[in-house]
Ligand binder design. Structure first.
Ligand SMILES: C[S@@+](CC[C@H](N)C(=O)[O-])C[C@H]1O[C@@H](n2cnc3c(N)ncnc32)[C@H](O)[C@@H]1O
Length: 260
């Protein structure tokens, strides 16, 4: 019923659009991924062919947003790569208030994880958590998650900072307001956004640059350096690499860098 065949020309045109809007570089081996994500949208919209779907996203900005949302990979969970937070708690001065940016925060688990541990350790701080996807930001703001996203949360912190669902929400957890109040979620596109100057003490930019090509990585890195205060920390995903990126940042620990 649904014709999910994508011609070479359509793949080129769609991947150019995705690149222009999000910086995500869909290489040839991502054709099946694009096909799968479009197939999902075809079923949701009841549009029967890729040609008609392309026509629809040309005309309908809401569906265009959903298409871009469908392309992004939002995988994340609480306490992911928590060595970074442990480093901050061990090394940062508690007497100063910290401004932190979680720059591709997905559904919010990264920002909430940082907040929980900074509260626990007596820091004063604010977090700005941003993402390109409106849908995922709605989830972040709601702060309600399937229980399994919290499997790495230490049990005492789970009890203290989350409410367990009851009845039909028995397998869900909700982040408490005392954590939420430290965070502002907002939309920021790393590719097209203009960064603030010398604003942040720490920027988390984890597990997003892997989807970008080198010129886009360079642009994002330049912006992040601008947004950091002198002496501020830039934090990358543990499996990401700075290879090919020019930066004044100094390595201080694996995937942690400091602005001179
Ligand atoms: C895999 S998640 C990473 C989440 C979190 N930082 C972590 O490490 O667990 C990548 C996120 O980057 C976002 N993203 C992709 N392109 C982006 C762009 N151009 N600007 C801002 N966010 C973007 C996606 O929407 C997605 O939520």
């Amino acid at each position: 019923m649904y014709d999910t065949h994508i011609t070479e020309k359509q793949f080129r045109s769609l991947s150019d659009t995705v690149y222009r809007v999000s910086g995500i570089h869909l290489t040839d081996n991502k054709k099946d991924l694009l096909k799968a994500r479009i197939a999902k949208r075809l079923r949701a919209t009841k549009i029967t062919s890729v040609t008609d779907y392309i026509h629809r996203i040309d005309q309908d900005s809401e569906e265009f947003k959903r298409f871009i949302d469908g392309i992004t990979t939002n995988h994340t969970y609480f306490f992911r790569e928590n060595k970074h937070c442990e480093f901050i708690i061990k090394t940062m001065d508690r007497s100063r208030s910290l401004k932190i940016w979680s720059a591709a925060s997905s559904s919010g688990e990264e920002a909430y994880t940082i907040a929980i541990q900074l509260i626990e350790n007596g820091f004063s701080f604010r977090i700005y958590a941003s993402d390109i996807s409106d849908t995922i930001l709605e989830t972040a703001n709601r702060g309600v998650y399937p229980m399994d996203r919290a499997r790495a949360v230490p049990p005492d912190l789970l009890r203290k900072y989350f409410q367990k669902g009851v009845n039909h929400s028995i397998n869900k957890i909700r982040i408490k307001d005392c954590v939420k109040e430290h965070i502002t979620f907002g939309k920021y596109n790393l590719v097209t956004g203009t960064p603030p100057q010398s604003e942040y003490n720490i920027i988390f930019c984890r597990n997003v640059m892997i989807y970008f090509d080198l010129p886009t990585k360079q642009k994002v890195m330049d912006d992040m350096v601008k947004a950091l205060k002198p002496g501020g920390l830039f934090i990358f995903g543990q499996s990401e690499s700075m290879v090919g990126i020019k930066t004044p940042l100094m390595t201080i620990s694996p995937s942690i860098y400091r602005k001179p």
